[in-house]
Design a protein around this ligand. Structure first.
Ligand code: AMP
Ligand code: GLY
Length: 424
């Protein structure tokens, strides 16, 4: 059976690798993929952009793929799943309307409020004067967010009203184009973050183990917000009891709310959470798998990914379909110099042909093959991912591999997983 995966990041490399491990999968096609997916067994890149819907539909038909999995948010929000459905093709992910949960922060906040799901207090704005008035009457730390998609970069966590006002002014003046013509200002929550990702089919769902991202670029959670500089699983702050609370107060009400709003949500649903003193609250929803969370989660998924996805299509999702490695896993992202701003591309990556140990995998993100030389071409370039008996061992293994890889001025954090502390 052939499978098509849409996207070119570390998430798609990890999904392609795991899918290709299935004995029933004959070939995984990745559109457009990267230099890493091109090297995986049973895997082939197709030179098609994620917004080339005509090309993707034609390729899915020509290649006779059993189904398609969409990695990134932009094609989901733009309606790729709707388009495939119209063509009679199976495609995993929410419809464009359901994907508004990620595509518009004000939509997501209104949804959360309407369905009484815990989240930070907020208001949305399209003009600076109203935003200023709100900030004047709501002193204290606030978070300013572009309403639309901004590749994980449209959020400013402000320490005071002046910083919040500056962020609001810049966004409303078009810092993220149409994506920031509207903004959300919300109260800054204090706590530890966790990612909770499920595969849903209407009200049924299967949960993946918890994971935890590192959003800021620099050590000690300093510097600008990024798409994610590293992740580990399980998350540091989520006990078994808290996981039950997350399911009951967030995941299940969200799926019920989506159904009540007329959506049959089929696909991955990612709840970005803050574990506060008052319990877990939603920071954001993503209508897809997380990147880099996918990398440690795929390393921990012991069972075959194929039957799980098939069950989402046939309405038979069940927790019995998944088995996870109890050992923790951790991913360290290497980014190109300049990230998350404009980056310098073209540096050659060395050390990739290093002997793999079975508990470490290097997933590519922004890489390109130039006549047999693999070079950095994207913001995030590689994600080195390891499993270990303890989180410390997973971390030691990943950093050992990171030290063997090189490209000019690679940017990476030295403290991924330190937050996990002595839990393992
Ligand atoms: P988002 O894309 O909405 O998840 O925001 C990106 C990151 O900004 C989150 O992962 C948090 O680190 C931070 N953030 C967003 N909203 C808040 C909030 N209300 N309080 C504190 N931090 C936040
Ligand atoms: N790592 C965060 C995200 O995928 O949005």
């Amino acid at each position: 059976m052939k499978i098509l995966i849409v996207g070119s990041g570390g998430r798609e490399h990890a999904l392609a690798w795991k899918m290709a491990c299935s004995p029933r999968v004959s070939e995984v096609l990745v559109a457009p993929g990267n230099a890493g997916t091109a090297l995986e067994a049973k895997t082939r890149n197709l030179p098609l952009a994620v917004d080339d819907f005509d090309g993707l539909v034609a390729a899915a038909k020509k290649e006779g793929v059993a189904f398609t999995i969409v990695g990134p948010e932009a094609p989901l929000v733009a309606g790729l799943v709707d388009r495939f459905a119209n063509e009679g093709l199976l495609c995993l992910g929410p419809t464009a309307r359901a994907a508004q949960l990620e595509g518009s922060k004000s939509h997501a906040k209104a949804f959360l409020e309407r369905h009484k799901i815990p989240t930070a207090r907020y208001q949305s704005f399209t003009d600076l004067e109203s935003a200023r008035r709100y900030l004047a009457t709501h002193p204290g730390p606030q978070v300013v967010k572009a309403d639309g998609l901004a590749a994980g970069k449209g959020v400013v966590v402000a320490d005071d009203s002046a910083e919040a006002e500056a962020a609001a002014a810049s966004m409303l003046a078009g810092a993220f184009g149409a994506a920031s013509a509207k903004i959300v200002i919300e109260e800054r929550l204090v706590g530890v973050e966790a990612s909770f990702i499920v595969l849903a089919d209407g009200l049924r769902y299967v949960a993946f183990p918890t994971s935890e991202d590192h959003k800021r670029r620099d050590d000690g959670d300093k510097g600008p917000n990024t798409g994610g500089m590293g992740a580990f699983s399980p998350a540091s702050a989520v006990t078994a009891e808290l996981e039950k609370t997350i399911r009951e107060t967030i995941i299940e009400p969200t799926l019920r709310g989506l159904a009540a709003d007329g959506h049959h949500y089929r696909g991955f649903l990612y709840a970005g959470l803050m574990i506060t003193d008052e319990g877990p609250k939603v920071l954001e929803f993503n209508c897809r798998f997380g990147d880099p969370e996918t990398q440690p989660l795929m390393m921990r998924l012991k069972s075959d990914l194929l039957p799980l996805i098939e069950a989402a299509f046939s309405g038979q999702l069940s927790e019995e379909l998944v088995q996870f490695d109890p050992r923790p896993a951790l991913c360290v992202v290497l980014a190109a110099p300049g990230y998350p701003g404009p980056i310098r591309e073209g540096a050659e990556i060395t050390g990739l042909d290093h002997q793999e140990d079975p508990d470490t995998r290097v997933f590519h993100s922004g890489t390109r093959d130039e006549n047999g030389h693999i070079v950095a071409r994207g913001g995030r370039v590689l994600g080195v991912t390891s499993r270990g008996e303890t989180m410390d061992m997973a971390r030691a293994r990943a950093y050992q591999r990171v030290r063997a890889i090189g490209f000019a001025d690679a940017v990476y954090r030295r403290d991924i997983g330190q937050r996990f502390g002595g839990r393992s």
